[in-house]
Ligand binder design. Structure first.
Ligand code: TYD
Length: 197
């Protein structure tokens, strides 16, 4: 069966390792993809990040990348693949809501969610990896310079926004990610199996 699986969570939650291992374990019927993408728009997103563009442009760049990526995902689904995506629209709702608030732009959660739903395919299931932000930062601490998002209070707020999304959407499954990646992968594969993937 084809299907669309998204792995989400704050920086340092282990999602990239988990997404890759889940896709590997599903074998040739799975396609692994991610956002920001490696397309020219994905590169623009990273450039915007390093140049600290305005917070609305920041949000719109992530969304432009998604609007470009979504038809690719649709093509894979049409050809019967299981698409495993490392970050999708939930990232924009969680991070850019927090970032815009930091930049004194009020609460942008509702319009970001509404606009992103319009440019996205609704995932069959989203696994939200939950970890204490302090622990997450400890994990990424030795990767070098931290990004503008990698601060404990910011990641706390981002995780709070993810939980706001989870309250509204029963296809978002919370996964305790304080455990080793191996166990997280098994839990996700089991959940996919139960959903007949
Ligand atoms: P990340 O998954 O860490 O990608 P990479 O390993 O290629 O750097 O994502 C980069 C950062 O971008 C991360 O801090 C989360 C942030 N981000 C957003 O703020 N909004 C989004 O919509 C997406 C997809 C990512």
């Amino acid at each position: 069966m084809s299907g669309f699986v998204v792995i989400e969570g704050i920086d340092g939650c282990g999602k990239s390792t988990v997404a890759k291992t889940v896709a590997d374990r599903l074998g040739p019927r799975a396609v692994l993809t991610r956002e920001p993408t490696d397309s020219w728009i994905g590169r623009a997103v990273r450039k915007g990040d390093s140049e600290e563009v305005s917070p609305y442009l920041d949000a719109l760049l992530f969304m432009a990348d998604r609007a470009n990526h979504t038809p690719e995902i649709a093509n894979h689904l049409e050809s019967g693949k299981i698409v495993v995506c490392d970050r999708y629209y939930h990232s924009t709702v969680a991070y850019q809501t927090a970032y815009l608030r930091r930049k004194s732009q009020g609460d942008n959660f509702d319009w970001l969610l509404d606009a992103n739903i319009r440019i996205s395919i609704h995932p069959d299931v989203t696994f939200l990896l939950i970890v204490d932000p302090e622990e997450a930062l400890g994990r990424i601490g030795d990767r070098g310079e931290l990004s503008r998002f990698e601060r404990e209070d910011f990641l706390k707020e981002v995780q709070g926004n993810y939980l706001r999304l989870a309250e509204r959407d029963p296809t978002i499954v919370q996964v305790d990610s304080t455990r080793p990646p191996r166990e997280i992968v098994e839990e996700i594969l089991q959940a996919l199996n139960e959903r007949k993937f």
